[in-house]
Design a binder for this molecule. Sequence first.
Ligand code: URA
Length: 432
Amino acid sequence: MRMVDVIDTKRNGGALSPEQIDYFVTGYTNGEIPDYQASALLMAIWFNGMNAEETQRLTMDMLHSGDQLDLSDIPGIKVDKHSTGGVGDKVSIPLAPLVASLGIVVPMISGRGLGHTGGTLDKLEAIPGFQVEIEEDAFKKQLREVGCIIAGATGNIAPADKKIYALRDVTDTVSSIPLIAGSIMSKKIASGTDALVMDVKTGAGAFMKTDEEAEELARTLVEIGKGVGMNAMAVISDMNQPLGKAIGNALEIQESIEVLKGKGPEDLVNLVLTIGSQMVVMAKKADSLEEARTMLQANIDNGKALETFRKMIEAQGGNGDVVDDYTLMPQAKYKIAFTAPSSGVISRMKADEMGIASMMLGGGRAAKDDELDYAVGLMLDKKVGDRVEEGESILTIYSDRENVDDIVKLIGDNITISEEAEPIKLIHQVIM
Ligand code: URA
C-alpha cells in the first residue's frame, strides 16, 4: 500500500477501506509515515469527513495502538467525564473530587491545552508539586484510597492519539468530528471506564461552532461508546462566552476550589452539578437526577468534596494547603483592569478570543514546547447580560509583563456593549 493512494482516496471524497485506515494509524504511530503525508490525510479528512464505519475503525485502531487499563479489580462502577474543550472550562477539576466524595470511582484521563482551549493537566500543574504522569499501579492505588484521579494517559495508552493530536494542533485540523471522536474515545475506552459523560461544547469558543455540528459530534461519541458496551451519554453546553469567571491556569484552580467551597460562579456550578448528577445516576448511587443533585450539594456544604480534592492533590504529590491559601500558587506581577468604554449591557464576550488573550499572556502554548506561565490570565468581573457603567471594570488582566496594549486591543475588539443582550442558555441538549 502507498500513503499517496490513501490520501488520494480521501482527497477525492471517497471512503477509506479498513486496511487503508489500519495502514495509516500503524504507519504513522511507528514513524514509517512522515508528518507531511499524515498532515495531508488529516486535512483531507477535515474537508471530506468520515462515515460511521471509518470513524469506528479509526477509533479502534488508535485504541489498539497501545495498552488498555484493566480496572475490573477495583469494586464499583467507574464513571468518567470528558470535555471537547473550551475556554474557562475547569469543570473536571471540581467535578472529579465532588463525585468521588459520594464513594464513586472516578478515573479521569485528561489532556493538555489544544489551540485556544485550556487543558486540565496544565491547570493542575499550577499547584506546586502536582504530578500528572502516574504509573498504572499508583493510578489504581489512588483510585482505591481516594476514589478519584486526574492524570495524563499513562505510559502506552493510545500512543497513536498522542502523535496525531500533536500534529492536528499545528495543522489546524482539530475541529473535525471523526478526528475528535477517535481521539477522545480511543483514550476513554483504553482507560477502562464503565460509564462516560461527554461535555460537548458549542459556540464561538468551541471546536464545534454550531448546535448541528455539536449534536453530530455528541451522537458520534455516544454511538462509539455504546458500541463497545460503555454506558455513554453527552451534554451539549454553551461555549460562546467563557465558562465561569477565571481563564488561566492558577486562576482556574482557585475558581475550582471556590466551587467546592460553595462559592463558585453560577454557570460553572450549574454545569458541574448537571454533569455530576448524570454521573451519580450512572454509578447507580441515586435513582433520579434531583436526588443526585441534592447529594452533591450536601457534600459541597459539609466540606467532604473539598477534603476529597485536598486528598487527591496530596496523593499526586501536590501541596494540599492550596485549598486554604491560593498564594501558594504562582501570582501575577500586574493586575490591570479592562474598563467599559461606554455604559450598557454586555451582549458579546467572544470565548475563543478571550482564550487567545490568555494564551498571549503566556497561559497557553503558541508552539508545542512552550513553557507555561501559570499565574497569568483573565478574571471576568462581568458576563454577558450584565449591566456595566462607563469606566467600570469588565475584567482584570493578570500579567507578568507591564505593557498589555495588545491584549487590551484584542479584548476590546471582542466585547460588545449594547442596549440589551440575548440571554445565553447554558445547557443546549442532552444526548443519551
Ligand atoms: N479532546 C480530545 O481528547 N481530543 C480532541 O480531539 C479534542 C478534545
